[in-house]
Write a protein that binds this ligand. Structure first.
Ligand code: NDP
Ligand code: 13P
Length: 381
């Protein structure tokens, strides 16, 4: 930590002295976030699911099962269900999306402060509706108490070298408080007021990494096309929900996609590789041994896109591949032949204020020529 360059702190950062945080879920990411929060000056409790797990973590002062070799700072407290919640101002949920409803239910009986903010670390969708985690949390706690975290952030590298986090909340003060504690801990963290966009970007990158993993042996162009189609399809859905393009283009979307698709240890990409090798979906979580969000969120995503009328053949095809209803060669053929719907290729260009008359005429002429060529090729415009 001491030897590497640290991100620059904004001029006025709130001092965290005496402030408390709890991380629910002592898996790889929950543990890594708890380590950062303790480094960032928060009095932090890491909450395991059972007393036995908590005892093990306390005895070892590291998480052998999920993040071995990362020593806990001495300030980090260890607990199990309910511990550390009554006084916590920030409660981070480090469990996979499918566990969020259960965790919210357990939070209710723990004396959680009505002022505590709840932050989702999940990069998937919540069943059965396939909603973004912050939508579920907002229903339970109200939007001004809710945030999420996205961006390229593999747990082990994050605690040793850093990460590119994005904290998103509709409450600006909350987003700034959370991002400043990560920055104090030495990790780059931007804030955003587009939580659903950041979460859909995270779900899209996991889906795209899984798709790329399943396809890479058949050809890297096909793997890239699969990822590109999925991003475009999810973006059309996200846009209809008011999300902003920078959430998909920046750290939380393309940035995290590159980190996940390149990482040999990525669980989502590895799950895709196993699917591509013909391993049945039901066996994959057991082989990987940790959360593989995309296996569950892709079918939810495909249904959500269908419900909202978004044309999403590649996301649907990936869901069918996961369900065992589309063979690998059928999936690859689908990826190789899918043409995005015409609005993705053909949109009126915005006219710049300073554009000259000549340049405008030239643009119109080029537009007309391209439309004629598309008609001749039999493409709808
Ligand atoms: N790992 C990473 O690098 C990153 C992960 N994420 C996201 O963080 C989320 C958590 O993933 P990650 O930490 O990697 O997963 P892991 O599989 O490493 O750990 C999951 C943790 O959640 C606990 N858990 C699972 N279900 C429940 C439940 N119903 N109630 C309480 N606890 C539960 C598990 O407990 P038990 O051991 O008892 O099963 C375990 O402690 C995912 O959405 C992932 O996409 C985001 C960025 C990076
Ligand atoms: O979200 C991640 C990194 O930002 C981790 O992705 P994997 O779960 O595929 O390892």
């Amino acid at each position: 930590m001491a030897d590497r360059p640290r991100p620059q702190l904004p001029a006025r950062l709130p001092t965290p002295l005496g402030r408390r945080a709890t991380v629910v879920g002592a898996g790889s990411f929950g543990t890594a976030v708890a380590v950062l929060l303790a480094r960032g000056g928060f009095r932090t409790t890491l909450q395991a699911r059972t007393p036995e797990q908590a005892e093990r973590l306390q005895a070892d002062r590291q998480n052998e099962a999920y993040l071995s070799g990362v020593e806990f700072p001495k300030e980090l407290r260890i607990g199990h269900v309910g511990d550390g919640l009554a006084k916590a101002e920030l409660v981070f949920l480090g469990v996979p999306s499918r566990g969020l409803e259960d965790v919210i239910a357990t939070l209710e009986g723990t004396g959680l402060s009505p002022r505590a903010s709840i932050i989702s670390l999940a990069k998937g969708l919540v069943p059965p509706e396939g909603i973004a985690p912050t939508i579920l949390l907002t229903r339970a706690f109200g939007a001004d108490r809710v945030a999420c975290v996205g961006g390229p952030a593999h747990a082990r590298e994050m605690v040793s070298e850093g990460a590119g986090l994005v904290v998103a909340s509709t409450d600006e003060e909350l987003a700034t408080t959370i991002s400043s504690v990560f920055i104090r801990a030495g990790v780059v963290c931007e804030s955003s007021n587009d939580p659903v966009g950041v979460e859909l970007a995270g779900a899209a990158k996991n889906a795209a990494a899984l798709a790329a993993g399943a396809t890479e042996r058949q050809g890297l162009n096909a793997a890239g096309a699969a990822a590109g189609h999925i991003f475009a399809e999810v973006w059309r859905f996200a846009e209809a929900q008011g999300a902003r393009p920078e959430s998909m283009i920046g750290l939380a979307g393309t940035g995290d996609l590159v980190a996940t698709a390149l990482a040999p240890q990525s669980r989502n990409r590895r799950a895709g590789e196993l699917l591509g090798e013909g391993v049945p979906t039901a066996e994959i979580p057991g082989r990987i041994g940790q959360a593989v969000e995309a296996l569950e969120s892709v079918p939810l995503l495909a249904r959500a896109l269908e419900r909202s009328g978004v044309d999403a053949p590649v996301t649907r095809g990936l869901a069918d591949l996961i369900a065992g209803e589309l063979p690998l060669d059928g999936w690859v053929a689908l990826v190789r032949t899918t043409v995005p719907p015409s609005p993705a290729r053909w949109r009126p260009r915005p006219r710049g204020e300073g554009e000259t008359f000549r340049a405008r005429m030239r643009t119109r002429w080029e537009d007309r020529r391209a439309r004629r060529a598309a008609r001749r090729a039999g493409d709808p415009e």
